[in-house]
Design a protein around this ligand. Sequence first.
Ligand code: HEM
Length: 263
Amino acid sequence: MKSKQSGATGDKILGPTGKESVFDSVLDDPSLTDSEKTLLRLEQEGALLVLAGAESPAQTLLIIFYHMVANPIIFNKLRTELSTVRNADSWAELEKLPYLSAVIEEGNRLSFGVTARTARIASDPITYTPSSHVKSPTTGSQTYTIPPGTPISISTLSAHTAESVFPDPFTFDTERWLGEEGRQRRKFNMAFSKGGRKCIGIELARAELYLVVAALVQRFDMTLWRTDASDVAFQYDYQVATPKLDSEGVQVKVTRAGPGMER
Ligand code: HEM
């Protein structure tokens, strides 16, 4: 902020947008008022980006790799699918793979994204018709109008473990995302939230997940080391799902994959 005020530029390394960092973008934006350019705003923006951009994809990767390494059938099925792709460094190509997409959907479902209740207050009335999955005798297919100003919220824990949508919800079951039924089910995955305040980094996160999972599964064999299901079980809500407090994390022993798979 000081160097901007004094006009000193120094030898800064600029990113592809010609900015040094997201802070430059905020400070240079003429549509933002001075109150939006305070140190506090920059601190909060920076903390949010680091937490949201690093912790959330890491959490999904952790869940995916724990379950794949614990269940070699899933790992090998994915590796077989990946061997059919011409360019596994291309996100566009990877996204077309049904089994890889199923693995990522299931990882996002069981990572639970942001676990705290994400409250919303709509300024207009909302018409709500329960989906066909709602089995409560008191709701049925009745339509409700939620008055403006009503705080409403849902947690991903309750949404992602609803038995009527995700049978056997705590099992990492990639099959539930395959075929037409699996495609229909995708709208119930709320890991990135929904609506106007949903995750702003969805596309970056998805690119990271597809590219990292593909690269590691193709190149390395893995076995779990001093790790079991309790190292990924959701026990504490610290904004992200946190397992038992004395967990040492998901640890794996890694060796290079055989010659056929190495790239
Ligand atoms: C698997 C990865 C990710 C998951 C599951 C995830 C999940 C979420 C969720 C649920 C929200 C909404 C929170 C709320 O309703 O208050 C959110 C917001 C946000 N996410 Fe992500 N996120 C991921 C990756 C990323 C990445 C890679 C970035 C950026 C580098 C990012 C940046 C943000 C930001 C800035 C917001 C706040 C948006 C706003 O309030 O308008 N996220 N994320």
